[in-house]
Design a protein around this ligand. Structure first.
Ligand SMILES: Nc1ncnc2c1ncn2[C@@H]1O[C@H](COP(=O)(O)OP(=O)(O)O)[C@@H](O)[C@H]1O
Ligand SMILES: [Mg+2]
Length: 248
């Protein structure tokens, strides 16, 4: 479906003292079903605000977001956010954390099955009974993604999910995430401030610029997966994006 998600002329003002500040200006783009989009831009350019508006956690000042032709007015199960911190409940085991969002909505047997499937998908089956503090940062973040997927959303909104991880773990999670995306074909909007990450993951990269947050350029990434950061095409496109950034 070509116009699965449509962001149409989104602007956002926040109240600031007696006045107001414009954070987003006239953002317009379309996302196809199953697409993996990376959104990059300097800190403060409104990436989180845009994700929150798509999630329905924040209301735009003007413009409209259509999901399968219907305007988004509030939060909904079909859109789920993943944050920089895993935000697992510390008093629940890993399997209880993953079950949390769907408990009561499905039969116990099905619930158990979904939780097992999700744990397998992120290679954490052995840690089903572990408490969050017993997990490494990378494992906790994989668990957070599993918890998000367990709710069977149509769209995953990921807000710098790997930014707090060390380079090695980040690279592992990028690969895990690609594998998950390829097997589930969820529509993903993945915010990152890392150009390499955007080039490793994104089918398209939306580059934002600040003051007020707007779209600088949308760049398709034509390379097949898995991508290799040492290849000339990769390096050339990376340089092009970096050059765009120096003008922002
Ligand atoms: N609730 C709010 N009230 C006022 N200003 C806000 C609020 N949330 C975000 N902002 C401002 O909006 C701008 C964009 O923030 P944010 O969306 O977090 O950017 P990014 O995620 O790209 O770093 C920043 O200047 C921030 O201070
Ligand atoms: Mg942010």
């Amino acid at each position: 479906m070509a116009n699965f998600l449509e962001i149409n002329g989104i602007s956002k003002y926040f109240k600031l003292g007696k006045g107001q500040i414009q954070v987003l200006e006239d953002l317009t783009f379309k996302v196809s079903s199953g697409e993996l989009i990376c959104l990059i831009g300097p800190s403060g350019c409104g990436k989180t605000t845009l994700l929150r508006i798509i999630a329905g956690l924040e209301k735009q000042t003007s413009g409209q977001i259509l999901l399968e032709g219907k305007a988004i007015e509030a939060t909904g199960r079909e859109r789920v956010m993943v944050f920089q911190e895993p935000r697992l409940f510390p008093w629940l085991t890993l399997e209880e954390n993953i079950a949390f969002g769907i408990k009561g909505r499905v039969e116990k047997k099905i619930l158990r099955h979904i939780v097992q499937e999700m744990l397998e998908m992120v290679s954490l089956s052995e840690f089903a009974k572990a408490m969050p503090h017993q997990l490494s940062g990378g494992m906790a973040q994989r668990a957070a993604i599993a918890r998000a997927l367990a709710t069977e959303p149509l769209i995953l909104l990921l807000d710098e999910p790997f930014a707090a991880l060390d380079a090695q773990t980040r690279s592992e999670l990028q690969n895990d995430f690609l594998r998950l995306w390829q097997s589930t074909h969820k529509t993903c909007i993945h915010v990152t401030h890392d150009i390499d990450e955007a080039l490793i993951l994104g089918q398209r990269i939306i580059i934002m610029q600040p003051s007020p947050g707007s779209i600088r350029e949308i760049i398709p990434v034509p390379f097949p997966y898995p991508r290799c950061p040492d290849e000339l095409d990769f390096i050339t496109l990376k340089k092009k994006i970096r050059d765009l950034f120096t003008f922002i």
